[in-house]
Ligand binder design. Structure first.
Ligand SMILES: Nc1ncnc2c1ncn2[C@@H]1O[C@H](COP(=O)(O)OP(=O)(O)OP(=O)(O)O)[C@@H](O)[C@H]1O
Ligand SMILES: [Mg+2]
Length: 329
């Protein structure tokens, strides 16, 4: 049975718009026009216990809105969702007891307090037993390298330092469900790796269910077995990264470094397309259903002396960009 069930979730924001040019008393007399933004438009999905699901989509697609509804912060306009049989915005107390949330854009920590004091407040808030607090706190401090940060007020932390502390704070009460909304935004390579490692570990070793929103395709590639793509408030596709690739195109790339002094004279009947020719390097696209990589390489090397060859999938960014573009059409 699914742990998270989302059915026909709709969220409409109504924004009061002031008419331009009207000020003062007159503005009050004119009826305000309301503009509607349909942030979620019938979102449906289910997530099983222990899954790690990527939730991706272009800016304004409705990702953060979904996370806020699932966290109980926002009440949807219509539709339902349940996490462990509980409705987030109705059973908030019980819901947050088993939930950790990180919003990369906003800290959950107390701005003026040293990190350790925020952690202690959370301990009291969640009634975490002293021994668990110590054990989990020590483990997270080690994994996220927080040793030097615990006594620093949150306001003095850099973005990457703060985000690592935020992740630790979200995990102190050992939740079974974790929502991460752009947890690696603006982080350097080392901080990103540390964050990913912790997320991977708590998912694999402790079976924590994770929904991860990100624009960083390396996050997705390194962590998620399953990806949900949302665009304009609707789920566009749901599947593995490999199946998303196939949805867009099955094309693979063959990168050829020609031998010294050899120049490229075109495909000349090779079953491929030229993606890019730059100096002695040629990038060819081919459909593996149409021609096997080995056969293409054989036919190519019969014609051109080559120095090096590499077969790869098109960059995931390219696949995702095509997917988003297709969804709008
Ligand atoms: N509180 C709000 N009031 C009015 N409109 C809102 C509010 N929150 C979000 N929206 C609108 O709802 C839509 C979805 O926003 P949301 O923040 O969920 O997008 P997102 O997928 O998280 O985008 P991003 O990748 O930029 O973070 C956008 O059009 C946004 O302007
Ligand atoms: Mg967002």
């Amino acid at each position: 049975m699914s742990q998270i069930v989302v059915e026909s979730l709709t969220k409409v924001f109504r924004i009061a718009e002031r008419r331009a040019g009207l000020r003062g008393a007159l503005a009050g007399l004119v009826r305000r026009r309301n503009r509607e933004v349909r942030a979620l438009d019938g979102v449906c999905f289910q997530v099983g216990r222990g899954e790690l699901v990527g939730y991706i989509g272009p800016n304004g697609a409705g990702k953060s809105t979904t996370v806020k509804v699932l966290s109980g912060i926002l009440v949807p306009t219509s539709g339902t969702c349940e996490v462990d049989g509980r409705i987030p915005w109705r059973d908030r107390r019980a819901h947050v007891r088993n939930l950790g949330v990180v919003f990369g854009q906003r800290t959950q920590l107390w701005w003026d307090l040293p990190v350790v004091e925020s952690f202690e407040l959370l301990r009291d808030l969640y009634a975490i037993p002293a021994d668990r607090f110590r054990a989990v706190g020590d483990e997270l401090t080690r994994r996220l390298d927080l040793g030097g940060l615990l006594n620093v007020p949150v306001r003095q932390l850099s973005l990457g330092q703060r985000m690592r502390c935020d992740l630790a704070a979200a995990l102190l009460h050992e939740p079974g469900v974790l929502f991460l909304d752009e947890p690696t935004i603006g982080l350097d390579a080392a901080s990103k790796l540390a964050m990913r490692e912790v997320v991977r570990t708590i998912n694999r070793e402790q079976g924590v269910t994770v929904i991860l929103t990100t624009h960083d395709m390396d996050d997705i590639e390194s962590l998620c077995q399953r990806v949900l793509v949302v665009a304009e408030g609707k789920i566009l596709c749901d599947g593995s990264l490999a199946s998303l690739r196939r949805t867009v195109s099955s094309e693979r790339h063959l990168i050829v470094d020609l031998a010294e002094g050899i120049s490229w004279n075109g495909l000349d009947g090779l079953p491929a397309r030229e993606v890019e020719v730059a100096g002695g390097r040629v990038r060819l696209g081919f459909d593996p259903e149409n021609v096997a990589a080995a056969e293409l390489i054989g036919r190519l090397t019969a014609r051109y002396p080559v120095r090096d060859l590499l077969v790869e999938n098109p960059p995931i960014e390219e696949v995702i960009a095509k997917l988003y573009a297709g969804g709008k059409a």
